[in-house]
Design a protein. Structure first.
Ligand code: DP6
Length: 347
């Protein structure tokens, strides 16, 4: 290995959307606003090293995932770097080695592209600042969010801790389509939310999110859906501010089912829920009706369930998972709101 000239090392968590981004246009811009919670236990750690070039490739990159060269993802990153290399002149001067690892297993319904592109953008901004000896912009966090978005839409929200919005809703002075912003007015009850990820199926995804987004072009319900999501982002912000758990449950679960309804009603329709997904959802409904405990579910573009609940319900919900739904669940990842990305030190 050549002597490294510069190194950067970052951890970036994944996030779970409550109001879903589903449909995109132009250069990775969303068709509607979305709002998510950044997690803590599910993250990517990415180490980047710049050393002397060994070839005359414009962008010389080697990408390792958990110790193994991963050429499929390497190709996606090379494409991304080639597209944005004008912003990062170090890419034409050095060879870049990326070593990545995830804290969570593959195909568990955790958005790995969110944490991966979040970490990549943080590392790129860091390397820019080291090699140029100046800040990348007046607001490096926002710039990192923008570069994350260009890699994977949902990644731009992972740059912030807690609640983050991406996309501008109607009459919205806070949101932006180019980068995410943090939602800071959050009632105590929503500050320490938990997300227990109930893995009912760990087969790799049948339809990629990118293909799913494309199916919103010409979708018969697209316009109504985009309008609904924008309205819900504004409603959810008010719900987060006032601590309205009932309102939160209604939007969260309807968003999950609406996302899957969009998949089921697109031209090339498909179905990602599995029988065990439905069994668990029905048990959640039953349990909530019987106990009034404010837990609710959401789904990503997959069959696994994210069970959301406030911190003061931790014990009750853990008992529920153990006693009432374990027959349908292969494994559970207990995650929760965290502190956002973190710079790591090289040992
Ligand atoms: C259902 O961010 O994975 O998780 O921009 O093509 O990388 P690309 O898509 P991606 O889509 C995420 C979709 C979602 C909802 C969400 O996270 O908002």
């Amino acid at each position: 290995m050549h002597n490294p000239h510069f190194t950067a090392y970052w951890r970036c968590p994944s996030n779970i959307a409550i109001v879903k981004y589903w449909g995109k246009k132009d250069e990775q811009l969303p068709c509607n606003a979305s709002l998510s919670l950044t997690l803590s236990a599910s993250y990517t750690e990415l180490k980047a090293t710049l050393s002397e070039k060994t070839s005359n490739e414009e962008v010389e990159l080697v990408y390792y995932f958990e110790g193994q060269r991963l050429e499929s993802f390497e190709a996606r990153i090379i494409k991304y770097l080639n597209k944005h290399k004008a912003h990062f002149s170090f890419l034409s001067k050095y060879r870049l080695v990326l070593e990545s690892k995830n804290s969570f297993p593959h195909s568990t319904g955790i958005a790995s592209s969110a944490s991966a592109f979040g970490a990549l953008s943080l590392v790129l901004v860091d390397l820019y600042e080291q090699t140029e000896g100046k800040k990348i912009s007046d607001n490096p966090t926002q710039t990192a969010s923008e570069f994350a978005r260009l890699g994977s839409g949902s990644a731009c929200r992972s740059i912030y801790s807690g609640w983050a919005q991406w996309g501008k809703a109607e009459n919205d002075t806070l949101g932006s389509d180019t980068h995410a912003v943090q939602i800071t007015e959050v009632h105590e009850v929503f500050q320490n939310m938990h997300d227990a990820i109930l893995v009912v199926d760990d087969e790799p995804k049948k339809v990629s999110s990118t293909a799913g987004h494309a199916l919103m072009n010409g979708h018969p319900y697209a316009e109504q859906r985009f309008k609904q999501a924008n309205e819900r982002v504004m409603q959810l912000r008010e719900i987060l501010r006032t601590g309205d758990l009932q309102g939160f449950i209604e939007i969260t679960e309807s968003e999950a089912l609406t996302l899957h309804a969009m998949m089921m009603t697109s031209k090339d329709y498909y179905l990602l829920m599995r029988p065990n997904t439905i069994a668990v959802i029905e048990e959640i409904f039953k349990f909530r009706e019987q106990t009034n405990i404010p837990l609710c579910f959401t789904l990503d573009a997959g069959p696994n369930i994210h069970l959301l609940y406030p911190d003061n319900q931790k014990q009750n919900v853990e008992n529920f998972i153990r006693e009432r739904i374990s027959t349908w669940v292969k494994s559970t990842i207990f995650d929760r709101a965290g502190f956002g990305p973190m710079q790591l030190t090289l040992s």
